[in-house]
Design a protein around this ligand. Structure first.
Ligand code: 13P
Length: 347
């Protein structure tokens, strides 16, 4: 046990969930970042994507709250305006680079509209290249929808199998796999439906990870929180979300996993923070409970930026503020008043 716990993978995983710190997911695919840029009226070009990511990565002080950043294939090859490759720029601030390696959710053959995540072919070779470029952890996301008999057992198990195949290749290459099974919260489902689907998915994922010889001490889990569907007639509040999510995690996630880093999944920025805080308030837990947010860390920054370099400082302040709020939620020190105090202080 002691030998396994001191390996490099476990050390990297624990560094990613160090107290007060979490992960920035900045790994939007070219299609997804184009949608985000559309919402602020900015054309998505290689240069606008690079400039936006540089703004985030060079935010003064963000490294106090951010342990690692997940990059997209294009981004890990890009550099700052001054010519420093992003992985080196981040490493100089003590921030660990990660890489999204899946190739997206594609239609699952012979299913009724469900998806399977692709990207296993050639993955060993891609890991070798990403490792040489400076990546120390990786991400693969599978998605599941709720309603009309979904997720099917078929969809749950093929995605769990692929997640474990990816995790094995990541560990073989010396990268920490972030295992991301996302049960989508779109729809009218109840929080009980969400708990049931999330539990089934996690059970399948940990069965496959075990069968495929993954060392859980060198992994992180990136799950959805257990929420009512976004279009449900009545929606559960933060206390019930915290209780239901924890109940599900306690049933299905082994204590050998060092950390659970939630995705935000379309929650409002403040809800994502409030929910994480409510779960940490019920600690201590067997795993660190942290964040790996995309939208919930970036939206205010994106809207402050609007593609104008003159807005960069405002955008960086907005990003750093959300990072600070989520950092506070790691130790259950977040309160809505903290949002207002920080704004009043002109942070
Ligand atoms: P969101 O926090 O916007 O859901 O993104 C996290 C992520 O990395 C999804 O794969």
């Amino acid at each position: 046990m002691a030998a396994r716990m001191s390996n490099d993978l476990n050390e990297t995983a624990r560094a990613l969930v160090a107290p007060g710190k979490g992960i920035l997911a900045a790994d939007e695919s070219t299609g997804t970042i184009a949608k985000r840029f559309d919402s602020i009226g900015v054309a998505s070009t290689e240069e606008t994507r690079r400039a936006y990511r540089e703004l985030l990565f060079t935010t003064p002080g963000a490294e106090e709250f951010i342990s690692g950043v997940i990059l997209f294939d294009e981004t890990i090859r890009q550099s700052s305006a001054g010519g420093t490759p992003f992985p080196q720029l981040l490493a100089a601030k003590g921030v660990i680079s990660g890489i999204k390696v899946d190739k997206g959710a594609k239609a699952l053959a012979l299913s009724d509209g469900e998806t399977v995540t692709e990207g296993l072919d050639g993955l060993r070779e891609r890991f070798a290249e990403y490792s040489a470029l400076g990546a120390r952890f990786a991400k693969w996301r599978a998605t599941f929808s709720i309603g009309g008999g979904r997720p099917s057992e078929y969809c749950v198990w093929v995605n769990a199998h692929a997640l474990a195949r990816y995790a094995a290749l990541a560990q073989e290459a010396g990268l920490v796999p972030i295992v991301e099974p996302e049960v989508l919260m779109d729809g009218t489902h109840t929080i009980a439906d969400s708990a049931q689907a999330t539990g089934r998915v996690l059970q399948a994922v940990y069965t496959e990870l075990h069968d495929q010889r993954i060392d859980l001490a060198g992994t992180l889990l990136k799950p959805n929180m257990v929420l009512s569907g976004y279009e449900a007639a009545t929606r559960s509040g933060p206390e019930e979300v915290a209780e239901r999510t924890l109940e599900c995690l306690y049933r299905h996630v082994p204590a050998a996993v060092p950390g659970i880093v939630f995705l935000s999944g379309g929650q409002s920025d403040e809800d994502a923070t409030l929910h994480l805080d409510a779960m940490n308030a019920r600690g201590p837990h067997p795993w660190q409970l942290s964040f790996s947010y995309g939208r919930a860390l970036q939206s205010p920054a994106l809207h402050a930026w609007r593609g104008q370099s003159g807005n960069a400082a405002d955008a960086q302040r907005a990003y750093c503020h959300r990072a600070r709020m989520n950092s506070a939620a790691r130790s259950a020190a977040y309160t809505p008043e903290l949002e207002r105090e920080a704004v009043a202080a002109g942070e």
